[in-house]
Design a protein around this ligand. Structure first.
Ligand code: CDP
Length: 210
């Protein structure tokens, strides 16, 4: 079997990860949560700078990133999310993470990657592209439930701040690829959203004759 890439992009907590995992499992593809790369660099940069991120140091950390760094238990926190979106705006950080993601995307046997720039920058040639969205309120409620006790207002403010930063940055901004399928999960159950994504990927897979 040859390469087949599924690129899944969209704003924070829209359901990308859940959909990406399910698609990977359904088709037997490898899966990479690219947000984890930025989260790992972000928290390390924040720790090393005692709360202040130095962009040059962040780029150095990205070059030195090790698979073990992705096992830190605090990578899913809101603090890590904010740190991630700050280092993600640093061109040197993105450049350092580019090759690994490109290679992962084009590996034999198929790959699913979720992030912000997969269909536009990492793998514009991806055979299947999804841009997953949901209303701000629904995304905040889902993330609040995931994180536990945090207040809804706080989570909503956090997501909006990250989305604004991710969409406005000069390098690889969050953007739907022109040829991406838009999937709004606001009123969809997990099963329904996964079902739509799987049907779309299956149609692209058949179209490619893979
Ligand atoms: O899970 P959630 O959607 O909240 O975030 P994530 O996918 O873990 O990404 C965390 C942050 O990393 C985002 O807010 C982006 O700033 C950054 N990111 C990026 O710039 N490019 C990617 N391909 C993935 C994440």
């Amino acid at each position: 079997m040859s390469a087949f890439t599924v690129a899944i992009d969209g704003p924070a907590a829209a359901g990308k990860g859940t959909i990406a995992r399910a698609v990977a499992e359904r088709f037997g593809f490898a899966f990479l949560d690219t947000g984890l790369l930025y989260r790992a660099v972000g928290v390390q940069a924040l720790d090393d700078g005692r709360g202040v991120i130095d962009p040059h140091w962040a780029a150095e950390l990205a070059r030195r990133l090790d698979p073990d760094d992705l096992k830190r238990p605090d990578l899913r926190t809101a603090r890590a999310g904010q740190a991630a979106s700050r280092v993600a705006a640093v061109p040197g950080v993105r450049a350092a993470l580019l090759d690994f993601q490109k290679r992962f995307a084009r590996q034999e046997g198929g790959a699913v990657l979720d992030g912000r720039d997969i269909g536009t920058v990492i793998c514009p040639e991806a055979e299947a592209k999804l841009f997953v969205t949901a209303s701000d309120e629904v995304r905040a409620e889902r993330r609040r439930a995931e994180l536990g006790a945090a207040s809804l207002e706080q989570v909503l403010a956090d997501l909006r701040a990250r989305d604004a930063r991710d969409a406005a940055r000069g390098v690889a901004p969050m953007l739907a690829a022109a040829d991406a399928l838009l999937l709004d999960t606001t009123d969809l159950s997990i099963d329904a959203a996964v079902g739509e994504a799987v049907a779309y990927v299956a149609s692209r897979h058949e179209a490619g004759g893979a």
